[in-house]
Design a protein around this ligand. Structure first.
Ligand SMILES: Cc1cc2nc3c(=O)[nH]c(=O)nc-3n(C[C@H](O)[C@H](O)[C@H](O)COP(=O)(O)O)c2cc1C
Ligand SMILES: C=C(O[C@@H]1CC(C(=O)O)=C[C@@H](OP(=O)(O)O)[C@H]1O)C(=O)O
Length: 396
């Protein structure tokens, strides 16, 4: 079983993470991790913090000479910004009050509910962990999961479909080649593969920033075809659609998740939504010319690529702030302004990829298990042989 946890405050010394259950014998390519972490820092609309952080990861355990050894893998990622916060964010005791306290909650952020929940009058104690800084560690651990999936020839990618009211013209584009999609995405400052839409998105972010406002948007994560039968319908909490939705929704500011046609499908007739089966000849799995289901039926993968979308609300720190209330004095005051992003949908799309990698790695390890990569592959191959017996024409 693969499980993972993260820890760390946004302006504290470091983020740390642990992932366990990764089999032995898997080479870990740090360049691949670095690439994911650097993509997460990008995107037009990110704030000044991204110029400070280098997001260099260091493995502390579970890896020897570049190869996993089956023990828990721990990762550390320093917050370079800590050098500006050493007094305020010191771990050891200090006398007096910290300088940079937060007393006026930002509508939309975790400040108010977290302050009451943890009984903290300095809301910095809340925002430090609620902050999406934590997603850097998810991307580091997701990078480990991505390499596990690569061992099984599974690839995961993403792109931005909408920012504010600007949408791609062809949101259901067919993608044959992930590397082609990746180059289109990386050529765009907002990770949108359509040039015209990209330019309009950048303009929308620029305008929002000028007005002291912020924007959200929608991104999609896609995979190459997945093995049949990850997840199960037999118990509610083991359905893969539910686990993926939870993982996506757990990303800060994600407020909507769709699988396949999602909400659009809810407005159509069944005949326009479901994916017909066409015979492909004896001994062959039937062909599905469409993928409205997004690769999941009955809470299980059906052999098609996974298509999952997420909707991100606009960033809640506004340079032109909404009205709020000082929680010490009870007086009305504009909400706190902290250095902030204007739009972070491109960054969130990279976090979405990481979460999909982690959940798929978990589902694969549950179905196929394997203490070493060799054993995992052997289990998968034998499962494929069993599956082939069920293809139409092969049933005896
Ligand atoms: C990659 C990323 C970057 C973010 N950057 C900011 C930011 O700069 N300022 C901000 O107020 N919120 C930012 N957020 C969103 C907040 O972290 C989030 O709204 C907050 O934790 C409250 O959680 P909720 O929106 O899920 O309710 C970001 C989210 C993501 C995924
Ligand atoms: C640090 C990151 O994102 C941060 C997420 C965030 C928030 O409130 O979620 C607020 C901002 O923090 P700061 O005020 O320190 O600039 C973002 O920069 C990151 O993505 O690595």
């Amino acid at each position: 079983m693969i499980r993972f946890l993260t820890a760390g405050e946004s302006h504290g010394p470091a983020l740390v993470g642990m992932i366990e259950g990764i089999p032995s014998g898997m080479p870990l390519d740090s360049d691949m991790l670095r690439e994911d972490l650097s993509r997460r820092k990008m995107g037009y609309g990110r704030g000044g913090r991204m110029r400070i952080e280098t997001d260099e990861v260091r493995f502390l355990t579970g890896v020897r000479r570049g190869v996993t050894i089956g023990s828990p893998i721990t990762v550390i990622l320093e917050n370079k910004d800590f050098s500006h916060w050493e007094e305020d964010m010191a771990v050891g005791p200090r006398s007096g009050e910290p300088e940079r306290q937060v007393l006026i909650p930002r509508p939309g952020h975790a400040d108010y509910a977290g302050g009451i929940k943890y009984g903290m009058r300095d809301l910095r104690n809340i925002l430090e962990r609620a902050s999406a800084r934590e997603t850097a560690m998810r991307v580091a651990l997701g990078g480990v999961a991505r390499q596990y999936l690569r061992q099984l020839d599974i690839d995961v990618t993403s792109f931005v479909l909408e920012i504010g009211s600007v949408s791609m013209k062809s949101p259901h584009m067919e993608v044959k080649d992930f590397s082609e999609l990746r180059s289109l995405v990386m050529a765009s400052e907002v990770f949108c593969p359509e040039v015209e839409a990209s330019l309009a998105m950048i303009e929308a972010i620029r305008t929002a920033k000028r007005e002291g406002d912020t924007l959200g948007g929608v991104f999609e994560v896609r995979t190459t075809p997945l093995p049949v039968g990850l997840g199960t319908y037999t118990q509610w909490d083991r359905r893969l659609d539910g686990l993926l939705a939870q993982a996506m929704m757990s990303i800060q500011a994600i407020k909507a998740v769709e699988i396949g046609l999602g909400m659009e499908g809810a407005r159509k007739h069944g005949s326009k939504v479901h994916d017909a089966f066409l015979p492909a000849g004896p001994g062959q799995p039937p062909v599905r010319p469409t993928n409205g289901a997004g690769g999941l039926e009955g809470g299980m993968t059906n052999g098609q690529p996974l298509l999952i979308r997420a909707g991100m609300k606009p960033i809640s720190t506004l340079y032109n702030p909404l009205p709020s209330v000082n929680i010490r004095t009870g007086e009305s005051a504009p909400a706190t302004i902290e250095r902030s992003d204007t739009c972070a949908v491109p960054a969130a799309s990279v976090v979405g990829e990481a979460m999909v990698c982690l959940i798929l790695a978990q589902a694969i390890s549950e179905k196929f298990s394997g203490d070493s990569i060799g054993e995992l592959k052997a289990h998968m191959e034998s499962s494929e042989r069993v599956e082939q017996m069920y293809y139409p024409g092969n049933i005896v």
